[in-house]
Ligand binder design. Structure first.
Ligand code: F6R
Ligand code: MG
Ligand code: MG
Length: 376
């Protein structure tokens, strides 16, 4: 049976700052999806990661279906009403358009979707991250799908040995999507040359070269590109099919043990390590650290199993301790150097006002170096 998995996520308000949504908000979104989805959907799950709500849906209307996107948009609007009534922080923050217009792409919420013929057993993982942006998935995807040091399946499984096609988007490009297709392993260095710049080049999808089947769909929206100004961070979601012609679940999870540094911590303006956390976890230290959750499912005829929380296993406690150490190490250097993002990636523009005002006070010495007393 051919089905579509759609996950749409948005920050529509949270308790105590950018920490986590309220139960009433989450329940409202769930209620709307269950009610309105009776005819349109086969199944759905609503979850949260930090301050973001993710709606996972299975259906047969394909990628970008208006009815599906509109339903999610209405659920986010209803959740926003609850957020407002409770005085939650950032109510409706990610809903950038006044009215729905056919597809939520470009309207604020993050979207990852794929359509495929269900295998007899169809395992997949839904990843959702908070306090970071879509480039956060570049490193784990490169390792899982292109690096045999991480993924022994690339050596051991003939299907995986044929490699994977990476579709990479230039997210700095405005207007129509600008994408490139590159093949691992032949294009490995070219893929690496792009993915090393995660604020500009982001993996949109990955495909098996053996079967032509899609393995990964990831959200690529950058809110500041949509709104033209700071509006919050584009906390991403990603769907990854696993096993058989794709990497094993554990091969996909392994790179998350690195706790790699990602953009988006504190005020969307700092580099911080990405911490894998249990499902429905909020944020805390330094409004973070940036977090990622993983919910593993099997889907059969569109019906979802209960999720398995892939980062709840005791192994990840050790990783979390190490990531916490990395986070505190980085915070030792405050705003200096690598701790804070470059100017064009800051969510806050206040510093440019300060720099502009200082600019007027700079002067060029007409006669080269002056004695200190004259300079004063
Ligand atoms: C992401 C997130 C942050 C905020 C940022 C600015 O979930 O919450 O990126 O958008 O901390 O928040 P304000 O402007 O509310 O201080
Ligand atoms: Mg937020
Ligand atoms: Mg968020």
């Amino acid at each position: 049976m051919e089905i579509t998995l759609s996950v749409l996520k948005a920050d529509i308000g949270s308790i105590g700052g950018h920490i986590q949504p309220s139960t009433a908000l989450t329940e409202k979104v769930r209620e709307i999806i269950q009610h309105k989805g009776r005819k349109q959907l086969i199944d759905s799950r609503v979850s949260w990661t930090g301050d973001d709500i993710a709606i996972l849906m299975t259906h047969q209307q394909g990628v970008g279906a208006t009815a599906i996107h509109e339903m999610a948009w209405e659920a986010f609007l209803a959740g926003t009403e609850v957020a407002r009534s409770e005085g939650l922080y950032g109510a409706g923050q990610d809903l950038l358009a006044d009215a729905f217009s056919g597809n939520v792409r470009g309207m604020g919420p993050g979207v990852a979707e794929m359509t495929f013929q269900e295998r007899d057993a169809e395992p997949f993982v839904l990843f959702a991250a908070d306090k970071t942006d879509p480039g956060a998935f570049n490193l784990p995807l490169y390792r899982a799908f292109a690096d045999p040091m991480n993924t022994p399946g690339l050596l051991l499984s003939p299907a995986l040995t044929e490699g994977f096609r990476f579709v990479i988007m230039d997210v700095a490009h405005t207007g129509k999507d600008r994408v490139i297709e590159l093949e691992a392993p032949e294009d490995l260095y070219r893929i690496a040359a792009l993915l090393r710049d995660p604020e500009r080049y982001v993996v949109e999808s990955i495909w098996s070269r053996h079967s032509g089947q899609q393995a990964v769909a990831a959200s690529t929206s950058r809110l500041h590109n949509i709104a033209g100004k700071y509006t919050g961070k584009d906390d991403p979601v990603m769907l990854v099919r696993v096993q058989k012609d794709f990497p094993a679940t554990g091969e996909i999870l392994a790179p998350f043990s690195t706790g790699h540094f990602v953009a988006g911590g504190m005020r969307g303006s700092h580099n911080m390590p990405l911490m894998p956390v249990p499902l429905n976890a909020g944020t805390s230290y330094f409004d973070g650290p940036p977090i990622v959750t993983g919910a593993a499912f099997c889907v059969h005829e569109g019906k979802l199993t209960d999720p398995v929380d892939v980062f709840a296993h005791p192994f990840w406690d050790r990783v979390r301790d190490q990531v916490a150490d990395k986070a505190m190490d980085m915070r030792q250097q405050g705003f200096f150097g690598a701790a804070m993002l470059p100017m064009d990636e800051l969510e806050y523009t206040g510093i440019t006002t300060t720099l502009d005002s200082l600019d007027e006070r700079f002067r060029v010495r007409p006669n080269g170096p002056e004695p200190l007393r004259q300079a004063l």
